[in-house]
Design a binder for this molecule. Sequence first.
Ligand code: ACO
Length: 335
Amino acid sequence: MNIKITGTGSCLPDNVVTNFDMAKIVETSDEWIRERTGIAERRISTGETVASLAAKACERALEMAGKSASEVDLIIVGTCSPELLLPCAACQVQASIGADKAVAFDLSAACSGFLFALNTAYSYIAAGIYKNALIVGSEVLSKLMDWSDRSTCVLFGDGAGAAFVEADELANDGKSGIISMVQGSDGAKGMVLSCGQRQVANPYIKENNLPYNNEEYMFSPYIKMNGQEVYKFATRQVPNCIKEALDKAQLTVEDIDLFVLHQANVRIIEAAAKRLKADISKFPMNLDRIGNMSSATIPVLLDELNRAGKIHKGDKLVLSGFGAGLTYGASVIVW
Ligand code: ACO
């Protein structure tokens, strides 16, 4: 038993913030941001939430799949920026779209969140536990940014993407659905990209005994990043895990029609293409228009490609995510 993606959907806030707008907030320039990242503009929430963006993306994916919310078995939302700790964003989505019989939970793997959610849904469906799933990447990263820190606030945007996946009983030939997957984590390097939540707090904690008390870098309510370390990690790990996934699938770089990578930075994507000796035209990008939306980048790009008719039945795709954790992964799928 394998899976097929039968619907995709996405939702972005209407508010467009250009590099020129950013230059009114922090000391930066369109030239600096474009050269270093490839980003020209991003969408920033004017009230949209992780749950509201996710729900809209799910409705669009269901509409494309020709399914109703009451038929959904499982909802997994990959997010690192939910508004609420409780209830989880997936349960909010369930209530919002009326998916009464679904099991719903969030998955926290930052920019790899959608890919890990896809692989989790695949595992449930392949095991025969559920017949279908809505998988989502949704982020409102603008609330995790220090808007006075030019080294991070220019990089990120808000948005959501979703896919509806269904059991494909015919696809047990190893030639369609998910052909291979590779996932990894490197927690020892986790603090190169971090964001604090609430610290341990109870009547028994002494002020000077807080676990993250000492280094400002270690505990901040905003995203902190060592950009160069993230760059090194991504440019090494992404091509490595893509190669591993291709080897497992007994395919080569040339066999792949599209490499749908997490949209963090154009230089990371170009470096990955170079290391793989792959044609850069096979690496679609949209980060110039919408920036880095963490878990949402892969499903939003997938939805854009799908709706533009750029993915055809039988096409071989590599999806690859990488980000905070550190986490990374690649899956080879046949559309
Ligand atoms: N505008 C103008 N100048 C800036 C800005 C800005 N927005 N941000 C930083 N600078 C300045 C710095 O202050 C520094 O100035 P100084 O030399 O006077 O001290 C100078 O530019 C160089 O700063 P670096 O941090 O060394 O810049 P770098 O060349 O490393 O570029 C970047 C930063 C683009 C983030 C780079 O490290 C990179 O590409 N990293 C990859 C990580 C990434 O893309 N992360 C995205 C999110 S994580 C993820 O999705 C997995």
